[in-house]
Design a protein around this ligand. Structure first.
Ligand SMILES: Cc1cc2nc3c(=O)[nH]c(=O)nc-3n(C[C@H](O)[C@H](O)[C@H](O)COP(=O)(O)O)c2cc1C
Length: 189
C-alpha cells in the first residue's frame, strides 16, 4: 500500500478548516495509507524528515492567509531545505490543495507547486486545486457552470493522478546543490 503523507500548513493545526478538509479527502481512496501531520504543532526535526523519506507521495494542504500559505508551511519549506535534491523527496509526487474564502488561492497553488518542484518533488498533471468558501456556497445552488468550479470531488481525480505518479519509476537526475549551511552570511557591512 502506497504511503501518502498529508502536510497541513494551517496555523490552526488540527482545529481548523484545513484539518476538516483533510478528514474528507483522506476518506476518498481506501487503497492509500494516509498519515496527516499538522505542522502548526510539529517540529521539523529528524523524526518528521524520516517520515518524509519513508513516504511515497505527499499532499500539501494550506489555507490562504493574506495572499500567502500558512506560516507553518513556510517553516517547513525553510527547515527542510537540507532535503533538496535528496532521495527523500527527489521525483516523489505531490498534490497541493489550497483553501480560501474568496481570493488569492490560485497564486498560492502555482507558487507552492513551483517551490516544491524546484526542491525535487514531481508535480503530476492535474494535481492541484483551490477550494473556496465562495464555491462551497455557490455549489449549493444548482448551476450549469458547476463543472468549471473546483469542488471536493476533484480531490478524487487528484488522488488518482497522485497514485499513477507514485507507480512511475524514473531515474531522475538532480543538479548539484550547495550542501553548506544556506543561512550562512554572505553580506559584509
Ligand atoms: C489571518 C487570516 C487571513 C486570511 N486571508 C485570506 C485571504 O487573503 N484570502 C482568502 O480568500 N481567505 C483568507 N482567509 C480565509 C482562510 O484562508 C480560510 O478560511 C481557510 O479555510 C482557513 O483554513 P484554517 O481554518 O485551517 O486556517 C484568511 C483567514 C485568516 C485566519
Amino acid at each position: 500500500m502506497k504511503k501518502v503523507l498529508v502536510l497541513n500548513g494551517s496555523p490552526a493545526g488540527d482545529k481548523g478548516n484545513c484539518a476538516e478538509f483533510i478528514k474528507k479527502i483522506s476518506k476518498l481512496d481506501k487503497s492509500l495509507k494516509f498519515e496527516t501531520v499538522h505542522l502548526a504543532k510539529t517540529a521539523v526535526n529528524s523524526t518528521l524528515k524520516k517520515k518524509i523519506a519513508a513516504s511515497d507521495g505527499f499532499i500539501f494542504v494550506t489555507g490562504t492567509y493574506w495572499d500567502s500559505w500558512g506560516s507553518p508551511m513556510q517553516k517547513l519549506l525553510e527547515q527542510m531545505t537540507d532535503l533538496e535534491a535528496t532521495p527523500a523527496i527527489m521525483g516523489k509526487p505531490c498534490a497541493v490543495m489550497v483553501l480560501m474564502h474568496s481570493v488569492g488561492g490560485k497564486s498560492i497553488l502555482s507558487r507552492l507547486q513551483g517551490v516544491l518542484n524546484t526542491m525535487g518533488f514531481l508535480i503530476p498533471p492535474m494535481s492541484g486545486m483551490v477550494y473556496s468558501l465562495v464555491s462551497d456556497i455557490a455549489l449549493k445552488s444548482k448551476t450549469t457552470h458547476a463543472k468549471d468550479f473546483w469542488q471536493i470531488e476533484d480531490a478524487e481525480l487528484i488522488l488518482e493522478n497522485l497514485k499513477t505518479a507514485m507507480h512511475m519509476e524514473v531515474d531522475w537526475t538532480s543538479w548539484p546543490v550547495d550542501k553548506k549551511d544556506p543561512s550562512r552570511k554572505w553580506m559584509k557591512a
